[in-house]
Design a protein around this ligand. Structure first.
Ligand SMILES: [Mg+2]
Ligand SMILES: [Zn+2]
Length: 190
């Protein structure tokens, strides 16, 4: 039987938004990131991270750095008894760089490729799942697969709320202070 998941955006949601993370020293996980992951584990939902990393296509950093950075998050989680069930990234950009990274792919958020792959790999029921992120593209990703969308106030979130949200065609299903608040609310009441 397929299970619901909580898909977390990475930069701005589980870690500080610093622009392109072009070196491992620029990656700063939020102190609550591991607690957010653990809360979702305890709520019997899968934890999946989905991140656009167009800096690869743009030539700002090698694709191998993504795995290194994600490894930091993974080992932090594991050393605290939290489990990340899957991590997916899109290294592409539709117009920057050279092929194969320059391509009009199906996985760059808000396109749903990463969620479809995760659903297939891990047996996820997308209709009962959530995407938690700090930008409109994360919310649209959720809506594109029939999942629900939570906007967090970290990263770009406050700017989205203050300057742009009133103009959005659809409003977030939930607004949370941060990823941990999001996880707790999703687990408790949805
Ligand atoms: Mg983000
Ligand atoms: Zn892609």
């Amino acid at each position: 039987m397929s299970r619901p998941a909580v898909f977390f955006d990475r930069d701005g949601t589980l870690s500080r938004e610093v622009g392109y993370v072009n070196h491992i020293t620029r990656f700063e996980p939020f102190p609550f990131a591991v607690d957010a992951i653990r809360a979702v584990n305890a709520g019997n939902r899968l934890v999946v991270i989905v991140t656009n990393q167009a800096g690869v296509a743009r030539g700002y950093f090698p694709e191998s750095l993504i795995a290194d950075v994600n490894g930091v998050l993974k080992s932090r989680a594991e050393s605290s008894g939290a489990k990340i069930d899957g991590i997916y990234y899109c290294p592409h950009h539709p117009s920057a760089g050279v092929p194969p990274y320059r391509q009009d792919c199906d996985c760059r958020k808000p396109r749903p490729g990463m969620l479809h792959r995760a659903a297939q790999d891990l047996g996820i029921d997308l209709s009962r799942s959530w995407v938690v992120g700090d930008r409109l593209g994360d919310l649209e990703l959720a809506w594109n697969v029939g999942a629900r969308a939570c906007l967090v106030k970290t990263g770009y979130g406050m700017g989205e709320i203050q300057y742009w949200m009133a103009d959005w065609k659809r409003q977030p299903d939930l607004i949370a202070e941060n990823a941990l608040d999001a996880a707790l609310q999703i687990i408790e009441s949805h």
